[in-house]
Write a protein that binds this ligand. Structure first.
Ligand code: ADP
Ligand code: MG
Length: 332
């Protein structure tokens, strides 16, 4: 449905997007996740034909956005970061205006009626947009994106600035729309993406550094990363005992617990399964291991770790994906 190859965008001398590649199948709901300035809006603006690319190719349902912009754009509904609302218009009046602008062919009234119902703004259709709450205005933004029944929806940070109740309403709306649309949603907030998207593309410094199912991203990191051991012991002795276990990179005490036990956060060297060795060491010291659990990271923690890295190579290494070393190995 959407195919992006070798996409780059330069603003003057600043390379904002660098060699981005991805495919999105019909019906997918995917999240663009990345900190502010990562390049999410730039990519979305290019996909929707609002911004030219410096290099690359974008196909929307087979139509090249540069060569056949009209055919490509007709398939996309776009909700930009700042929705293009005419606040002195009434809701229905505005949607009629968008209908004309998009040169939609279906019968006007039933089409607009359907959209008003779908995004639940039929009760405010005769109100001036400027008198609506932020949550309602955002729904009007969704409504304009839906005019013309595009298959693809591109939503740039659709919940920014909304209160928690409005956020839940918009989230539900996206979930409903996801049943019969292909959706790309951007956010710098993890829980937003996690709530509605199965697949996540993480964008950092203009590059894609991960493209995977949300659950895989979190599994990958949890297996290669830390364990939490709860042990009945003396803190100092066990810190020393655990830090010399083969494959252990670092040990941190998380403090005292029930029954004179301590929790230790144990980080293995990359890719090493240290569970058996940790168990053996505790037993050989005559101590009791109460529990040993994988310190499964939430997507939130993964994301924080990614943005704390010095560069994208380090960020990818953290995710255990395609470092240069690996590519060389494959070539040899
Ligand atoms: P995001 O949406 O992920 O926050 P953007 O795509 O808005 O990121 O921005 C990516 C980078 O490109 C940032 O460094 C930003 O400052 C820069 N940028 C965005 N738009 C422009 C522009 N019109 N001119 C120059 N630089 C821009
Ligand atoms: Mg943005």
């Amino acid at each position: 449905m959407i195919s992006v190859t070798g996409l780059s965008k330069r603003y003057g001398t600043h390379l904002a997007v660098e060699n981005v590649n991805f495919e999105i199948q019909k019906g997918e709901v995917i999240g663009f996740l990345g900190p502010n300035g990562a390049g999410k809006s730039t990519i979305m603006n290019i996909l929707t034909g609002y911004l030219s690319m410096t290099q690359g190719k974008v196909l929307i349902d087979g139509f090249d956005i540069s060569e056949n912009p009209e055919d490509a754009k007709r398939r996309i509904g776009y909700l930009p970061e700042i929705p293009p609302l005419y606040i002195d218009m009434k809701v229905r009046e505005y949607l009629n205006f968008i209908y004309d602008l998009k040169k939609v062919k279906f019968p006007k009234k039933p089409h607009i009626d359907e959209i008003l119902k779908l995004v639940k703004i039929d009760n405010v259709q005769n109100r001036l947009i400027k008198n609506l709450s932020k949550g309602y205005r955002q729904r009007v933004g969704f409504a304009q994106a839906l005019v013309g029944n595009p298959d693809i929806l591109i939503l740039d940070e659709p919940t920014v600035g909304l209160d928690p109740k409005q956020i839940i309403e918009i989230r539900n709306l996206i979930s409903r729309l996801g049943k019969n649309h292909t959706i790309i949603l951007s956010s710098h907030i993890l829980s937003e993406i996690q709530a509605v998207c199965k697949r996540v593309i993480i964008i950092n410094r203009g590059e894609i550094i991960a493209d995977d199912m949300a659950e895989n991203l979190s599994n990958k990191l949890s297996t290669d990363h830390s364990l939490v051991a709860r042990i009945i012991c003396s803190e100092k002795e066990m810190l020393e005992a655990l830090s010399t276990v083969k494959g252990v990179k670092s040990v941190t005490s998380l403090g005292k617990n029930e029954e004179n036990s301590f929790d230790f956060l144990i980080e293995p060297e990359y890719g090493v399964d240290i569970r058996a060795a940790v168990f053996d060491r505790v037993v050989s010291r005559g101590k009791t291991l109460l529990s040993l659990t994988s310190n499964k990271l939430s997507l939130e923690q993964i994301f924080l770790r990614l943005t704390e890295t010095a560069n994208n190579e380090e960020a990818k290494e953290l995710l255990g994906i395609s470092t240069d070393a690996e590519t060389e190995e494959e070539e040899n």
